[in-house]
Design a protein around this ligand. Structure first.
Ligand code: ADP
Length: 153
C-alpha cells in the first residue's frame, strides 16, 4: 500500500509553538510528514539555516513520522522530490488565507496531483508568529512562552 506523504514548508525563523501545534496536527493525517525549511533568497532570515533545522529536529525528536529537510527552489518541486501528495499550511487569519490561496492555486496548476491542505490554528496559538518572536527578542523581551524549549536563543 502506498504511504501517504505530506510536506510542511516554511521559513521557521525561528520555529514557534504555533508551528509546533499545527505540524503535530498535520503529522496525524499522513504516514510521513517532511518539514521543508526553505532557503528563499528573497527572504532575509535572522537565524542560520542549520540552526533553524536543528531546532525543528529537536522539537519533533519524539514524533516518529516527522523528518526535516532543507530545500531551495519551488515548493512544488520539493513536494515532488519527497513523493508527497499533500502540502500542509497553517492558517491564523483571513490574511493568511488571502496570501496562501494564489500560491496553492499556482502549485495546483504546476502539479494537480499535489493538494494543499490548510489547517486552522487553535485559538490559543493563532497570535504567535516568528516575526513577533523576533520583535520580542530584538527588544530583549522574554519569548520563551512562544517558542519550543529546543530553541536556544
Ligand atoms: P513562510 O515564510 O513560508 O510563511 P513561516 O515559517 O512563517 O514560513 O510559516 C510556515 C507555515 O506555518 C505557514 O503556513 C504559516 O501560516 C504557518 N504558521 C505560522 N505560525 C502559525 C501559528 N501560530 N499557527 C498556525 N500556523 C502557523
Amino acid at each position: 500500500m502506498n504511504k501517504k506523504i505530506g510536506i510542511f514548508p516554511g521559513s521557521f525563523d525561528p520555529i514557534t509553538k504555533g508551528h509546533e501545534h499545527i505540524i503535530k496536527k498535520a503529522a496525524k493525517m499522513v504516514d510521513k510528514l517532511v518539514i521543508g525549511v526553505g532557503i528563499n533568497s528573497n527572504k532575509k532570515c535572522i537565524f542560520p539555516i542549520k540552526e533553524r533545522k536543528n531546532w525543528i529536529k529537536c522539537t519533533f525528536s519524539k514524533v516518529d513520522n516527522i523528518s526535516v529537510e532543507t530545500y531551495e527552489g519551488l515548493t512544488i518541486d520539493f513536494a515532488n522530490k519527497m513523493n508527497a501528495e499533500y502540502i500542509f499550511r497553517g492558517l491564523r487569519s483571513g490574511l493568511d488565507f488571502e496570501y496562501e490561496k494564489p500560491i496553492a492555486e499556482i502549485n495546483s496548476s504546476l502539479n494537480p496531483s499535489v493538494n494543499t491542505i490548510f489547517l486552522l490554528a487553535d485559538k490559543e496559538y493563532g497570535m504567535i508568529s516568528s516575526s513577533i518572536v523576533r520583535e520580542i527578542l530584538k527588544n530583549n523581551g522574554d519569548a520563551k512562552n512562544f517558542i519550543p524549549d529546543c530553541v536556544k536563543i
